[in-house]
Design a protein around this ligand. Structure first.
Ligand code: NAD
Length: 336
Protein backbone atom coordinates (compact mmCIF):
# COMPACT_ATOMS: atom_id res chain seq x y z
CA UNK A 1 0.00 0.00 0.00
CA UNK A 2 1.48 3.36 -1.09
CA UNK A 3 0.76 6.61 0.82
CA UNK A 4 -1.62 9.01 -0.90
CA UNK A 5 0.22 10.96 -3.60
CA UNK A 6 -0.57 14.22 -5.40
CA UNK A 7 -0.93 13.25 -9.02
CA UNK A 8 -1.53 15.10 -12.28
CA UNK A 9 -3.23 13.19 -15.08
CA UNK A 10 -3.20 15.08 -18.37
CA UNK A 11 -5.83 13.94 -20.83
CA UNK A 12 -7.86 12.61 -17.90
CA UNK A 13 -11.14 13.54 -19.60
CA UNK A 14 -10.14 11.29 -22.50
CA UNK A 15 -10.38 7.57 -22.94
CA UNK A 16 -7.29 5.96 -21.38
CA UNK A 17 -6.58 8.93 -19.08
CA UNK A 18 -10.01 8.75 -17.44
CA UNK A 19 -9.53 5.05 -16.66
CA UNK A 20 -6.08 5.75 -15.19
CA UNK A 21 -7.43 8.69 -13.14
CA UNK A 22 -10.24 6.42 -11.91
CA UNK A 23 -7.78 3.67 -10.86
CA UNK A 24 -5.70 6.27 -8.99
CA UNK A 25 -8.62 7.80 -7.05
CA UNK A 26 -9.82 4.29 -6.14
CA UNK A 27 -6.39 3.77 -4.57
CA UNK A 28 -6.84 6.92 -2.47
CA UNK A 29 -4.61 9.33 -4.39
CA UNK A 30 -5.31 13.05 -4.83
CA UNK A 31 -5.82 13.40 -8.57
CA UNK A 32 -5.93 16.56 -10.67
CA UNK A 33 -7.04 16.19 -14.28
CA UNK A 34 -5.79 18.72 -16.84
CA UNK A 35 -7.62 18.49 -20.16
CA UNK A 36 -8.73 21.02 -22.77
CA UNK A 37 -11.74 18.84 -23.73
CA UNK A 38 -10.67 18.91 -27.39
CA UNK A 39 -11.16 15.14 -27.57
CA UNK A 40 -12.44 14.14 -24.15
CA UNK A 41 -15.56 14.99 -22.21
CA UNK A 42 -16.38 16.13 -18.70
CA UNK A 43 -18.56 13.09 -18.09
CA UNK A 44 -15.45 10.90 -18.42
CA UNK A 45 -13.67 12.63 -15.51
CA UNK A 46 -13.99 10.28 -12.53
CA UNK A 47 -15.74 11.48 -9.39
CA UNK A 48 -13.31 12.72 -6.78
CA UNK A 49 -10.80 14.24 -9.24
CA UNK A 50 -10.10 17.95 -9.38
CA UNK A 51 -10.72 19.07 -12.97
CA UNK A 52 -8.83 21.92 -14.64
CA UNK A 53 -9.86 22.83 -18.17
CA UNK A 54 -6.70 23.94 -19.92
CA UNK A 55 -4.16 23.36 -22.62
CA UNK A 56 -0.84 21.62 -21.94
CA UNK A 57 0.89 24.04 -24.34
CA UNK A 58 -0.09 26.97 -22.08
CA UNK A 59 3.16 27.28 -20.11
CA UNK A 60 1.80 29.92 -17.70
CA UNK A 61 -1.10 27.70 -16.71
CA UNK A 62 1.09 24.59 -16.48
CA UNK A 63 3.78 26.34 -14.39
CA UNK A 64 1.16 27.78 -12.04
CA UNK A 65 -0.51 24.39 -11.65
CA UNK A 66 2.76 22.68 -10.72
CA UNK A 67 3.74 25.52 -8.33
CA UNK A 68 0.40 25.39 -6.53
CA UNK A 69 0.04 21.59 -6.39
CA UNK A 70 3.61 20.25 -6.13
CA UNK A 71 2.72 16.96 -7.82
CA UNK A 72 4.55 13.83 -6.72
CA UNK A 73 3.73 12.08 -9.99
CA UNK A 74 2.61 12.97 -13.49
CA UNK A 75 0.75 10.73 -15.91
CA UNK A 76 0.91 12.46 -19.27
CA UNK A 77 -1.74 11.14 -21.64
CA UNK A 78 -3.00 14.32 -23.33
CA UNK A 79 -2.39 14.21 -27.08
CA UNK A 80 -4.21 14.29 -30.35
CA UNK A 81 -3.59 10.72 -31.43
CA UNK A 82 -4.96 10.69 -34.98
CA UNK A 83 -1.92 8.98 -36.49
CA UNK A 84 -3.15 8.90 -40.10
CA UNK A 85 -4.29 12.51 -40.01
CA UNK A 86 -1.00 13.69 -38.51
CA UNK A 87 0.57 13.98 -42.00
CA UNK A 88 -1.94 16.73 -42.76
CA UNK A 89 -1.77 18.61 -39.44
CA UNK A 90 1.98 18.59 -38.93
CA UNK A 91 2.31 21.94 -37.16
CA UNK A 92 -0.58 21.20 -34.81
CA UNK A 93 0.73 17.70 -34.17
CA UNK A 94 4.20 18.85 -33.08
CA UNK A 95 2.86 21.79 -31.07
CA UNK A 96 0.30 19.73 -29.21
CA UNK A 97 2.06 16.41 -28.85
CA UNK A 98 5.70 17.46 -28.56
CA UNK A 99 5.85 21.07 -27.32
CA UNK A 100 2.94 20.42 -24.97
CA UNK A 101 4.82 17.45 -23.51
CA UNK A 102 8.03 19.45 -23.08
CA UNK A 103 6.05 22.23 -21.36
CA UNK A 104 4.87 19.72 -18.75
CA UNK A 105 8.31 18.18 -18.36
CA UNK A 106 9.96 21.58 -17.72
CA UNK A 107 7.47 22.27 -14.94
CA UNK A 108 7.87 18.74 -13.51
CA UNK A 109 11.67 19.12 -13.37
CA UNK A 110 11.44 22.53 -11.67
CA UNK A 111 8.99 21.28 -9.07
CA UNK A 112 10.96 18.06 -8.42
CA UNK A 113 8.17 15.71 -9.48
CA UNK A 114 9.60 12.27 -8.80
CA UNK A 115 8.23 10.27 -11.74
CA UNK A 116 6.82 11.12 -15.17
CA UNK A 117 4.69 8.42 -16.81
CA UNK A 118 4.23 8.99 -20.53
CA UNK A 119 1.99 7.22 -23.02
CA UNK A 120 3.98 7.05 -26.21
CA UNK A 121 2.77 4.64 -28.91
CA UNK A 122 3.87 1.64 -30.95
CA UNK A 123 3.66 4.15 -33.83
CA UNK A 124 7.32 4.84 -32.97
CA UNK A 125 8.35 1.49 -34.55
CA UNK A 126 7.14 2.22 -38.08
CA UNK A 127 7.32 -0.75 -40.42
CA UNK A 128 9.77 -3.04 -38.68
CA UNK A 129 10.38 -6.62 -37.79
CA UNK A 130 7.49 -8.36 -36.09
CA UNK A 131 6.68 -8.86 -33.32
CA UNK A 132 7.75 -5.39 -32.18
CA UNK A 133 10.01 -5.38 -29.11
CA UNK A 134 11.36 -2.50 -27.07
CA UNK A 135 14.98 -3.21 -28.09
CA UNK A 136 14.26 -2.54 -31.78
CA UNK A 137 15.52 0.72 -33.25
CA UNK A 138 12.40 2.89 -33.68
CA UNK A 139 11.76 4.25 -37.17
CA UNK A 140 8.52 6.23 -36.97
CA UNK A 141 6.98 7.00 -40.35
CA UNK A 142 4.43 9.67 -39.56
CA UNK A 143 4.45 12.96 -37.62
CA UNK A 144 2.46 11.43 -34.75
CA UNK A 145 5.04 8.66 -34.25
CA UNK A 146 7.92 11.10 -34.75
CA UNK A 147 6.55 13.44 -32.05
CA UNK A 148 6.13 10.49 -29.66
CA UNK A 149 9.68 9.26 -30.30
CA UNK A 150 11.11 12.77 -29.97
CA UNK A 151 9.52 13.16 -26.57
CA UNK A 152 10.70 9.72 -25.44
CA UNK A 153 14.26 10.88 -26.22
CA UNK A 154 13.70 14.22 -24.49
CA UNK A 155 12.40 12.45 -21.39
CA UNK A 156 15.44 10.17 -21.34
CA UNK A 157 17.75 13.16 -21.67
CA UNK A 158 15.96 14.90 -18.79
CA UNK A 159 16.23 11.79 -16.61
CA UNK A 160 19.97 11.69 -17.25
CA UNK A 161 20.45 15.43 -16.63
CA UNK A 162 18.02 16.09 -13.78
CA UNK A 163 17.29 12.72 -12.21
CA UNK A 164 13.53 12.78 -12.84
CA UNK A 165 12.33 9.18 -13.26
CA UNK A 166 10.32 8.14 -16.28
CA UNK A 167 8.20 5.21 -17.34
CA UNK A 168 7.22 5.10 -21.01
CA UNK A 169 4.33 2.98 -22.23
CA UNK A 170 3.74 2.27 -25.87
CA UNK A 171 0.09 1.20 -26.04
CA UNK A 172 -1.49 -0.04 -29.24
CA UNK A 173 -5.05 -0.01 -30.58
CA UNK A 174 -6.86 0.33 -27.29
CA UNK A 175 -10.66 0.16 -27.37
CA UNK A 176 -13.45 0.07 -24.81
CA UNK A 177 -15.86 2.05 -22.72
CA UNK A 178 -15.22 5.81 -22.65
CA UNK A 179 -13.62 6.01 -26.09
CA UNK A 180 -14.48 8.94 -28.35
CA UNK A 181 -16.58 7.24 -31.05
CA UNK A 182 -17.29 10.54 -32.81
CA UNK A 183 -13.75 11.11 -34.09
CA UNK A 184 -13.85 10.19 -37.79
CA UNK A 185 -10.03 9.97 -38.07
CA UNK A 186 -9.12 7.45 -35.39
CA UNK A 187 -10.31 4.55 -33.21
CA UNK A 188 -11.50 2.10 -35.83
CA UNK A 189 -13.57 0.09 -33.32
CA UNK A 190 -15.45 3.23 -32.26
CA UNK A 191 -15.86 4.34 -35.88
CA UNK A 192 -17.38 0.96 -36.81
CA UNK A 193 -19.80 1.01 -33.86
CA UNK A 194 -20.83 4.60 -34.52
CA UNK A 195 -21.35 3.92 -38.23
CA UNK A 196 -23.56 0.93 -37.48
CA UNK A 197 -25.67 2.98 -35.07
CA UNK A 198 -25.96 5.71 -37.74
CA UNK A 199 -26.93 3.03 -40.31
CA UNK A 200 -23.89 3.96 -42.40
CA UNK A 201 -21.34 1.58 -43.96
CA UNK A 202 -18.10 0.78 -42.13
CA UNK A 203 -15.18 2.38 -44.02
CA UNK A 204 -12.04 0.30 -44.61
CA UNK A 205 -8.86 1.64 -46.20
CA UNK A 206 -7.52 -0.89 -48.73
CA UNK A 207 -8.55 -4.55 -48.54
CA UNK A 208 -8.85 -4.72 -44.74
CA UNK A 209 -6.11 -7.31 -44.44
CA UNK A 210 -3.98 -4.97 -42.31
CA UNK A 211 -3.71 -6.37 -38.77
CA UNK A 212 -3.62 -4.80 -35.33
CA UNK A 213 -3.66 -6.29 -31.83
CA UNK A 214 -6.81 -4.60 -30.52
CA UNK A 215 -6.45 -4.17 -26.77
CA UNK A 216 -9.22 -3.91 -24.19
CA UNK A 217 -9.00 -0.85 -21.92
CA UNK A 218 -9.61 -2.89 -18.77
CA UNK A 219 -6.40 -4.84 -19.51
CA UNK A 220 -4.28 -1.78 -20.39
CA UNK A 221 -5.20 1.04 -17.97
CA UNK A 222 -4.33 -0.78 -14.69
CA UNK A 223 -0.80 -1.49 -15.99
CA UNK A 224 -0.28 2.16 -16.92
CA UNK A 225 -1.54 3.13 -13.45
CA UNK A 226 0.90 0.70 -11.81
CA UNK A 227 3.69 2.29 -13.84
CA UNK A 228 3.77 5.25 -11.46
CA UNK A 229 4.65 3.04 -8.49
CA UNK A 230 6.50 -0.04 -9.73
CA UNK A 231 10.16 0.27 -8.69
CA UNK A 232 11.35 -2.15 -11.40
CA UNK A 233 9.71 0.00 -14.09
CA UNK A 234 11.99 3.00 -13.39
CA UNK A 235 13.44 4.52 -16.58
CA UNK A 236 12.08 1.77 -18.79
CA UNK A 237 9.94 1.49 -21.90
CA UNK A 238 7.11 -1.03 -22.28
CA UNK A 239 4.80 -2.00 -25.11
CA UNK A 240 1.36 -2.59 -23.63
CA UNK A 241 -1.70 -4.24 -25.15
CA UNK A 242 -3.13 -7.49 -26.45
CA UNK A 243 -0.93 -10.20 -27.98
CA UNK A 244 -3.14 -11.44 -30.83
CA UNK A 245 -3.34 -9.51 -34.11
CA UNK A 246 -6.72 -9.36 -35.86
CA UNK A 247 -7.38 -8.08 -39.38
CA UNK A 248 -9.52 -4.97 -39.84
CA UNK A 249 -11.91 -6.93 -42.05
CA UNK A 250 -12.39 -9.58 -39.34
CA UNK A 251 -12.91 -6.80 -36.83
CA UNK A 252 -15.67 -5.30 -39.01
CA UNK A 253 -17.41 -8.69 -39.13
CA UNK A 254 -17.14 -9.14 -35.36
CA UNK A 255 -18.57 -5.69 -34.64
CA UNK A 256 -21.44 -6.29 -37.08
CA UNK A 257 -22.18 -9.64 -35.42
CA UNK A 258 -22.29 -8.05 -31.98
CA UNK A 259 -24.69 -5.35 -33.25
CA UNK A 260 -26.70 -8.09 -34.99
CA UNK A 261 -26.49 -6.47 -38.43
CA UNK A 262 -25.17 -7.71 -41.78
CA UNK A 263 -21.67 -6.28 -42.34
CA UNK A 264 -22.02 -3.25 -44.59
CA UNK A 265 -18.50 -2.25 -45.66
CA UNK A 266 -17.28 0.48 -47.99
CA UNK A 267 -13.73 -0.07 -49.30
CA UNK A 268 -11.65 3.10 -49.70
CA UNK A 269 -8.34 3.61 -51.48
CA UNK A 270 -5.46 2.22 -49.37
CA UNK A 271 -3.70 4.84 -47.29
CA UNK A 272 -0.09 5.15 -46.34
CA UNK A 273 -0.03 3.04 -43.15
CA UNK A 274 1.82 0.20 -41.44
CA UNK A 275 0.29 -3.10 -42.67
CA UNK A 276 0.90 -5.28 -39.62
CA UNK A 277 1.58 -4.33 -36.03
CA UNK A 278 1.80 -6.44 -32.91
CA UNK A 279 4.14 -6.72 -29.93
CA UNK A 280 5.23 -9.62 -27.76
CA UNK A 281 5.18 -7.92 -24.31
CA UNK A 282 7.75 -10.09 -22.53
CA UNK A 283 9.37 -7.02 -20.91
CA UNK A 284 5.98 -5.96 -19.57
CA UNK A 285 5.22 -9.42 -18.17
CA UNK A 286 8.60 -9.60 -16.43
CA UNK A 287 8.07 -6.32 -14.58
CA UNK A 288 4.29 -6.18 -14.13
CA UNK A 289 3.49 -9.91 -13.99
CA UNK A 290 0.69 -11.75 -15.79
CA UNK A 291 -2.08 -9.47 -17.01
CA UNK A 292 -5.71 -9.89 -18.00
CA UNK A 293 -6.12 -10.67 -21.69
CA UNK A 294 -9.82 -10.11 -22.37
CA UNK A 295 -10.88 -12.01 -25.52
CA UNK A 296 -11.71 -9.55 -28.29
CA UNK A 297 -15.33 -10.66 -28.67
CA UNK A 298 -15.91 -10.14 -24.96
CA UNK A 299 -14.21 -6.72 -24.99
CA UNK A 300 -16.22 -5.65 -28.04
CA UNK A 301 -19.43 -6.87 -26.40
CA UNK A 302 -18.73 -4.77 -23.27
CA UNK A 303 -17.91 -1.71 -25.36
CA UNK A 304 -21.03 -2.20 -27.49
CA UNK A 305 -23.28 -2.16 -24.39
CA UNK A 306 -21.75 1.15 -23.37
CA UNK A 307 -21.89 2.57 -26.93
CA UNK A 308 -25.55 1.59 -27.39
CA UNK A 309 -26.44 3.21 -24.06
CA UNK A 310 -24.68 6.41 -25.12
CA UNK A 311 -26.12 6.41 -28.64
CA UNK A 312 -24.62 7.52 -31.93
CA UNK A 313 -22.38 10.59 -32.31
CA UNK A 314 -22.29 13.09 -35.14
CA UNK A 315 -18.68 12.82 -36.35
CA UNK A 316 -16.68 15.94 -35.49
CA UNK A 317 -14.37 16.97 -38.34
CA UNK A 318 -10.97 18.49 -37.56
CA UNK A 319 -11.28 22.16 -38.55
CA UNK A 320 -7.70 23.20 -39.24
CA UNK A 321 -6.33 20.82 -41.84
CA UNK A 322 -2.95 22.28 -42.89
CA UNK A 323 -2.27 20.24 -46.04
CA UNK A 324 -4.96 18.88 -48.34
CA UNK A 325 -2.65 17.25 -50.87
CA UNK A 326 -3.09 13.44 -50.65
CA UNK A 327 -5.75 13.78 -47.96
CA UNK A 328 -7.96 10.65 -48.24
CA UNK A 329 -11.14 11.41 -50.15
CA UNK A 330 -13.51 10.56 -47.27
CA UNK A 331 -11.64 12.99 -45.00
CA UNK A 332 -11.63 15.65 -47.73
CA UNK A 333 -15.42 15.36 -47.91
CA UNK A 334 -15.66 16.12 -44.18
CA UNK A 335 -14.14 19.56 -44.88
CA UNK A 336 -17.08 20.63 -47.06
P1 NAD B 1 -8.20 10.59 -26.13
O1 NAD B 1 -8.32 11.52 -27.26
O2 NAD B 1 -9.43 9.85 -25.69
O3 NAD B 1 -7.61 11.34 -24.87
C1 NAD B 1 -6.68 12.38 -24.99
C2 NAD B 1 -7.16 13.54 -24.13
O4 NAD B 1 -6.20 14.59 -24.24
C3 NAD B 1 -8.51 14.11 -24.60
O5 NAD B 1 -9.39 14.17 -23.50
C4 NAD B 1 -8.17 15.51 -25.08
O6 NAD B 1 -9.21 16.44 -24.82
C5 NAD B 1 -6.89 15.81 -24.31
N1 NAD B 1 -6.01 16.77 -24.98
C6 NAD B 1 -5.55 16.74 -26.25
N2 NAD B 1 -4.75 17.79 -26.49
C7 NAD B 1 -4.70 18.50 -25.33
C8 NAD B 1 -4.04 19.69 -24.93
N3 NAD B 1 -3.28 20.39 -25.77
N4 NAD B 1 -4.20 20.11 -23.66
C9 NAD B 1 -4.98 19.44 -22.77
N5 NAD B 1 -5.63 18.32 -23.09
C10 NAD B 1 -5.50 17.85 -24.36
O7 NAD B 1 -7.03 9.57 -26.50
P2 NAD B 1 -6.63 8.18 -25.83
O8 NAD B 1 -6.92 7.13 -26.82
O9 NAD B 1 -7.17 8.07 -24.48
O10 NAD B 1 -5.06 8.34 -25.76
C11 NAD B 1 -4.38 8.70 -24.56
C12 NAD B 1 -2.90 8.69 -24.79
O11 NAD B 1 -2.49 7.38 -25.16
C13 NAD B 1 -2.44 9.61 -25.91
O12 NAD B 1 -1.20 10.18 -25.53
C14 NAD B 1 -2.24 8.69 -27.09
O13 NAD B 1 -1.28 9.20 -27.97
C15 NAD B 1 -1.78 7.43 -26.40
N6 NAD B 1 -2.08 6.21 -27.16
C16 NAD B 1 -3.36 5.80 -27.34
C17 NAD B 1 -3.60 4.64 -28.06
C18 NAD B 1 -4.99 4.11 -28.27
O14 NAD B 1 -5.11 3.06 -28.89
N7 NAD B 1 -6.04 4.73 -27.77
C19 NAD B 1 -2.52 3.92 -28.61
C20 NAD B 1 -1.23 4.39 -28.41
C21 NAD B 1 -1.02 5.53 -27.68
Amino acid sequence: MVDSQKILVTGGAGFIGSHVAGNLTEHGHEVTVLDDLSGGSLENVPAGCEFIKGDITDSKLVDHLFESHKFDLVYHLAAYAAEGLSHFIRRFNYTNNLIGSVTLLNAAIRQKTSRFVFTSSTAVYGTGQLPMTEDMVPRPEDPYGIAKRAFELDLQAAAEMFGIEYVIFRPHNVYGEGQNIGDPYRNVVGIFMNRIMRREPMPIFGDGKQTRAFSYIGDVAPTITQGGFEAKAKNRIFDVGADEPVSVIDLAHMVAEIFEVKPNIVYLAPRNEVMHAFSEHSALRKVFGARENTPILEGLRRMSLWARAKGQHTPTPFTNIEIVENLPENWRRLMQ
